[in-house]
Design a binder for this molecule. Sequence first.
Ligand SMILES: [Zn+2]
Length: 229
Amino acid sequence: MRVHDECNGSDVFGSDICTCRPYLLHGIEECVRAAQAGGAGVIVYNRKEGRALGEVTKFMVYNARKRQAGGDSAQNYFKRTRQIAGVEDMRFQELMPDPLLWLGVRKIDRFISMSDMKYDAVVGAGIEIVTRVDIPEELIPADAKVEIDAKMYAGYYAGDKQVKSWEELNQTVGRKAADDEAAAAAAAAKAAARAAIAGGKNGGREKGLHLSFDHEHDPADAPCLPCEE
Ligand SMILES: [Zn+2]
């Protein structure tokens, strides 16, 4: 069972700054596992984008986090949200269990979430939770360690994970905005080179110019399936 709060950037576009998409996928996998074992799995998807602060506010927080002196860090994770939004979280979970009650859920064997707010709301609605399941370490994107370490320090349910001290939080830093800009510039240069090839002679199939896949073709060869040139 997972009650998932919407995150367009990660759920839809695969951003690695947070764990929303891997958490959702982990929840779906657990649901399938439960169904295969003869039980039932439930995913409830709530439209509470960016901790209910909305997408614009969320991206303003991301921007502040990535561009602050020293870069994105677990120590400043909640502070930056407070500075931009005035609060750390706008979500209200008291009505969240209603769909579960409507579905007739009385007991949850595996509750896929680290959130105490969600846990307290579900238990408070009279639904038993047997086991709390946090996200497996291997599913956490490197850049999202900032979020996870900050949340665990703040008291979120951490399972068997090692909770860092305040001093250690300083060591958890995200990818720099400058790195993203360099990667975007490299991707743009590559795209421009590909466009130049596509517009070139021999139908764009010039020897040695297949930059994307690091291999060469003779223009006399048949079209290459991997690089479609
Ligand atoms: Zn997210």
